[in-house]
Design a protein around this ligand. Structure first.
Ligand code: GLC
Ligand code: CA
Length: 553
């Protein structure tokens, strides 16, 4: 039921329209501004854009509180501007994914307004109500410390309503067939306007049974098949990328054993152990996570990332591991959030250490799956810790040294531009980095090109190779008689390692795709590699011309 597996080897770039580029000078990013930046994105080499929510919204959770699913928020433009944008993206070979936020609506949504006012309204059952405050009302908050309860009393309805997230985000009763039909309709609408799929928000909560009498999580996985079938039948190459921070043993329920549910999922397990590996130079938990998340149907794919628009959630690490990451990358309480994560941008977490950052991106890009980049990370943008919660890492894109980083002509940008310190736009911006061959931006462009030239990563079988050094990770990929072995040294110090990539297929010769250097095996078939501190090596096994084996499905 699939007619294109483009997402197996995509490079995704996520951004928020609001903070990317303002074309009309009102201080708020918009679709016209974004459209003008499409050539920048095409130049970077990304193949898909994931847009954070841009539908009509009171904007209390940066658009994750939708009040009209069928419109563009007027601050960002019109539906016409949106279609101009998707058309422009398509012309450049860039696909567009959009956020699908249907676990909840804004409390200002007309559905909720109708539901609260009238018990006999057909919309009443679109939400979850209770006459009494349920006993477990102080459990299961997603934003502990900020959010006090999951059940709040609505004065108008005279009842309590359920909200997994903030109190202005009442949960939809997703078990209601009418709600499900509406979700399909929303998907159908946007694919008609040119999108290639959806990043589905909070999937475990969307499919959870909801109600005052529900004590433990019961997932209705069938719903996922319903969503996928609809989408696929409408448009064969459209996909769903699920946000589901779940344990590896449940992954298969999300992908579907036959590959009939979600096409993609973010790999939170690998993300957290990757940060632990960076903090401790101990790759063992990361290798274990790669093994634990191995099983997936052939047509499914992982999304890998370093940072996203939320806090870096470390909730699945052990306490000792988590504390290690806190100590390394977010030691101040003010850098931490919800008792489980770090709210910083990637570059300042690593003190802007160029070599270390490059090694980390190279590592993320070489993991079995599809890389997802966050806007601004390609130039190493920083955060503004004076902004609340996750807002600190959502500041406007820094384009140039012009006022407001060239983001807007207005003196009052919607979110303050970072304009002082080492991460201020005077020092970190696109215009300067374009001119400098060795900048993060130009390096990232080369990394993206290299990743696209190695489809083995997206398609192939992989194996973590034992190198007897816990700070070094080596992964070998095999696909269609081609093989690569990618080696990273997470240590600051140089190190020599013995690597046996396995016999056959020209394993005696390794050629680094990036710098052309090579290595020959000894008689036992072992390579003795000297790795600089934070080295990253992408070896083609057998040293074949890297452009020869290009056979995309
Ligand atoms: C997801 C989003 C987050 C949002 C929440 C509620 O976790 O990533 O940004 O606040 O859902 O929609
Ligand atoms: Ca604007």
């Amino acid at each position: 039921m699939i007619n294109d597996l483009w997402y197996k080897n995509a490079v995704v770039y996520c951004l928020s329209v609001e903070t990317f580029m303002d074309a009309n000078g009102d201080g708020i990013g918009d679709f016209q501004g974004l459209a003008r930046r499409l050539d920048y994105l095409a130049g970077l080499g990304i193949t898909a854009i994931w847009l954070m929510p841009f539908q009509t919204s009171p904007g209390k959770d940066d658009g994750y509180d939708v009040s009209d699913y069928y419109n563009v928020d007027p601050r960002y433009g019109t539906l016409g501007d949106f279609v101009e944008f998707t058309h422009g993206a398509k012309q450049r070979g860039i696909r567009v994914l959009i956020d699908l936020v249907v676990n909840h609506t804004s409390d200002e949504h007309p559905w909720f307004q109708a539901a609260r006012k009238d018990e006999s309204s057909p919309y009443r059952d679109w939400y979850i109500w209770s006459k009494e405050k349920p006993e477990n009302a102080n459990q299961g908050m997603v934003f502990p410390g900020v959010q006090k309860t999951t059940w709040s009393r609505d004065k108008v309805a005279g009842q309590y309503y359920f909200h997994r997230f903030y109190d202005f985000q009442p949960d939809l009763n997703t078990a209601n067939p009418q709600v499900q039909a509406e979700i399909l309709k929303i998907m159908g609408f946007w694919i008609q306007l040119g999108v290639s799929g959806f990043r589905m928000d909070a999937v475990p909560f969307v499919i959870a049974k909801k109600g005052a009498d529900i004590d433990k999580a019961v997932e209705q996985y069938d719903m996922l098949r319903t969503f996928r079938e609809f989408l696929q039948w409408r448009q064969g190459d459209a996909i769903i990328l699920a946000e589901a921070n779940v344990l590896p043993k449940t992954d298969v329920n999300y992908f579907g054993a036959d590959g009939d549910r979600m096409h993609m999922m973010f790999n939170f397990q690998v993300n957290q152990t990757l940060f632990y590996a960076l903090a401790s130079s101990d790759c063992a938990p990361l290798a274990k996570a790669l093994e634990a998340t191995r099983t997936r149907p052939q047509t499914a794919q992982w999304g890998h990332f370093l940072r996203n628009h939320d806090e870096l959630d470390l909730g699945r690490l052990t306490e000792a591991q988590r504390n290690r990451v806190f100590a390394a990358f977010g030691p101040d309480k003010n850098m931490q959030l919800y008792g489980r994560g770090i709210r910083r941008r990637f570059s300042p977490m690593l003190d802007g250490n160029r070599d270390r950052m490059r090694m980390a991106y190279s590592l993320m890009f070489s993991l079995p799956g599809t890389p997802v980049l966050r806007y601004g990370d390609e130039i190493g943008m920083g955060e503004d810790l004076s902004l609340p919660e996750r807002k600190c890492a959502r500041t406007p894109m820094q384009w140039s040294t012009e006022p407001q980083a060239g983001f807007t002509k207005s003196e009052a940008p919607v979110v303050p531009v970072i304009s002082s310190g080492a991460y201020g736009f005077q020092h970190i911006n696109v215009a300067d980095q374009r001119r400098s061959p060795d900048s993060m931006l130009n390096w990232m462009e080369r990394l993206i090109r290299m990743r696209k030239e190695v489809p083995e990563i997206g398609w192939g079988d992989y194996r973590v190779i034992d190198v007897e050094e816990e700070g070094v990770l080596a992964i070998r990929y095999d696909w269609r008689n081609n093989a690569v072995m990618i080696v990273h040294n997470l240590n600051e110090k140089p190190i020599e390692v013995r690597v046996d990539p396995g016999r056959g297929q020209g394993s005696e010769l390794l050629v680094d795709i990036a710098d052309g250097s090579d290595s020959r095996a000894d008689e036992a078939g072992v390579h003795h590699l000297y790795l600089e501190g934070y080295a990253y090596k992408w070896f083609r096994v057998g040293g074949l011309d890297y452009l020869l084996r290009r056979t995309q499905i």
